[in-house]
Write a new protein. Structure first.
Length: 120
């Protein structure tokens, strides 16, 4: 069974890519075109029935950006369950609050790089 970019999620992925949040667009500028240590990232990539913000296949690394909508107990539990599911499939999931991307971009990029396991 196909786990990546299922056809039934194609339009939703496309809609999300065309309507990135400000934080997603800001971080995407740093990740696109292999700018971060030569790693290729995809945005709004689906894995199984989840669409992740950013995905680096060579590293099996997922990056999620969290805005206000994620800051309540129900959303936090849902995010934790989602992360546990993806981690059980062998992925590393990093989560950053949107404000971290704007206020501490170099720290965010350093943490992403610190999770690279393979030579470029």
């Amino acid at each position: 069974m196909k786990k990546h970019n299922k056809p039934e999620l194609r339009q939703h992925r496309k809609d999300l890519r065309q309507n990135l949040t400000t934080a997603e667009a800001f971080l995407w500028k740093q990740l696109q075109h292999k700018k971060l240590d030569g790693r290729k990232f995809r945005r709004q990539h689906s894995i199984d029935h989840f669409i992740v913000d950013f995905y680096c296949a060579s590293e099996k690394l997922i990056i999620e950006l969290d805005g206000q909508v994620h800051q309540n107990p129900i959303a936090e539990e849902k995010d934790a369950n989602r992360d546990a599911y993806l981690e059980a499939l062998g992925y590393t999931v990093l989560r950053f609050e949107n404000k971290m991307v704007f206020e501490h971009l170099s720290s965010v990029l350093r943490e992403i790089k610190d999770n690279f396991k393979f030579a470029p």
